[in-house]
Design a protein around this ligand. Structure first.
Ligand SMILES: *Cc1c(COP(=O)(O)O)cnc(C)c1O
Length: 348
């Protein structure tokens, strides 16, 4: 079976983690600090705080911005429930908006229609590795939390995503662009915000009691993260080559392929095609041919919330299929997917 996603790991990660274990300093320490520094430098943000997951990064970002009950946070519907959870953790109200059909990203006009006097922030995921329209979104003069969980290494107008927002969060879950098993990071140009997050991520050695968390990353994870980050340029190159090959293979089929973009460069965390047919049937047919395709978002947020006003998200949810793309996908595996998915599409 060719899996839908798969981390790309080798002896380098094994050696880096083994060294940390041998040192016996395994919890948050010098390796975490180093990982924060190198990631901050790579993205172009001077301040960084490593945490235990992307969700924790979102949670602490909202707290650092003093967002709480009766505040509203705008998010797109077409994204995972991590965002919804983080907003509920702080007691705020999620305001779910529609997306841009071309990029699958949060739509600035849809944001504009939902801004109120209670809006305190916009969370902007760069979906599937494609930068969102940060310029249009910045005109609202609201804090932007860039969600780079799927887009580390992508550029918007020749500057890395994650360097634009008030805060930017990253995830290093096993299926993401780079991984530490579980893990996350918050970056910012604000020293004050990052200091708040560093204070909140650990409970020990504080003079005053306040609500704090245990959201620390371990040095074992940070060692692995540094090796993965070194490989990121190579990972992106490989993904873009695979994407090009998919484009050439499917361009004459009756499917919509990912948009080529003017202002950003797509790093193809996911290769998402749109097909006007019964997706569940296609997913089952792929599975029976020993390769896994998936809906790239399990269920849109406005469906969980039983809301009705995200027509573009509804349309995309019906049609969008994610096909395997990752650096360790071999040429033979991709050829196999192209041949068999092509056959399935021809028979529709
Ligand atoms: C994965 C992901 C998250 C959550 O990250 P975890 O590390 O799994 O908590 C948040 N936002 C987006 C867009 C993601 O893809």
């Amino acid at each position: 079976m060719i899996p839908h996603s798969r981390p790309s790991l080798d002896k380098k990660e094994v050696e880096a983690v083994a060294q940390v274990i041998e040192s016996a300093h395994i919890a948050q320490g010098s390796m975490v600090k180093k990982f924060e520094q190198v990631l901050g430098r790579y993205i172009g943000c001077p301040y960084a705080a490593a945490v235990s997951s992307g969700t924790a990064a979102l949670h602490l970002s909202l707290l650092a911005l003093d967002i709480g009950s009766s505040d509203e946070v705008i998010i797109p519907s077409y994204v995972c429930t991590a965002l919804l959870n983080a907003i509920h953790y702080v007691g705020a109200n999620p305001v779910v908006v529609d997306i841009d059909e071309r990029t699958f990203n949060i739509h600035p006009e849809s944001v504009a229609s939902k801004i109120s006097t209670r809006t305190r922030a916009i969370v902007v995921p760069h979906m599937f590795g494609c930068p969102a329209d940060l310029e249009a979104l910045s005109q609202f003069n609201l804090p932007i939390i860039e969600d780079c969980a799927q887009a580390i290494g992508a550029q918007y107008r020749e500057r890395p995503v994650g360097s634009w927002g008030t805060l930017a969060i990253f995830s290093f879950y096993a299926t993401k662009m780079i991984t530490t098993g579980e893990g996350g990071m918050v970056l910012s140009h604000s020293k004050e915000l990052i200091n708040r997050i560093k204070c909140l991520r650990e409970y020990d050695n504080k003079n005053n009691f306040g609500l704090r968390f245990n959201y620390k990353m371990t040095d074992m994870q940070a060692a692995m993260g540094q090796v993965q980050l070194q490989k990121l340029p190579e990972f992106i190159q490989k993904r873009q080559l695979l994407a090009l090959k998919y484009y050439q293979a499917f361009k004459d089929f009756n499917v919509k392929l990912p948009a080529e973009l003017q202002n950003g460069n797509h790093i193809f965390y996911r290769y998402v095609v749109r097909i006007q047919a019964d997706l569940d049937n296609i997913i089952n047919l792929c599975e029976s041919k020993q390769f896994q395709c998936r809906r790239p978002v399990f269920k849109p947020l406005h469906h969980y919330l039983k809301q009705k006003d995200c027509p573009v998200t509804d349309l995309v949810y019906r049609e969008a299929l994610s096909i395997p793309i990752y650096p360790s996908l071999t040429q033979d595996q991709q050829d196999y997917i192209i041949e068999n998915l092509g056959e399935i599409l021809r028979q529709l």
